[in-house]
Ligand binder design. Structure first.
Ligand code: HEC
Length: 98
């Protein structure tokens, strides 16, 4: 068998699924926010809307909660459960919702 026998269609499929995995990361990490901030992040009982806010502001707020620099009842503990990459992905996700 030739070493380069990977069919073009398989290669195309692999490449096509790459961006999808990157996009799918955000909704997964964002799932944990919906119970309090509403099913689409537009606000829920006792928690403000986080959808449609500026991406950088969301990241800064989450990092401040995580570092205990911003007072909160619950968000500090929640933010500490997220990596910086996940916070970026979550901010990306909610900032895109209009
Ligand atoms: C258990 C309920 C709960 C969950 C889950 C939750 N939040 Fe919150 N969130 C709150 C509450 C309550 C506040 C108000 C600050 C506080 O008391 O901690 C808040 C505040 C915020 C704020 C600041 C809003 C403002 O205008 O002051 C942001 C941004 C935020 N949350 C983002 C998120 C993100 C992103 C997630 C998911 C990773 C998330 N929250 C998950 C309850 C929650």
């Amino acid at each position: 068998m030739r070493p380069h026998a990977l069919p073009g269609s398989v290669l195309a499929l692999m490449l096509a699924t790459l961006p999808m995995t990157a996009v799918a990361q955000a909704p997964l990490a964002a799932e944990g926010c919906l119970g309090c901030h509403g099913p689409d992040g537009k606000g829920g009982p006792g928690a403000a809307a986080i959808a449609g806010r500026d991406r950088a502001e969301l990241v800064a707020t989450m990092l401040a909660f995580r570092a205990n620099e911003r007072p909160g009842t619950i968000m500090g503990r929640i933010a500490r459960g997220y990596t910086e990459a996940e916070i970026a992905a979550v901010a990306d996700h909610f900032s895109r919702i209009r």
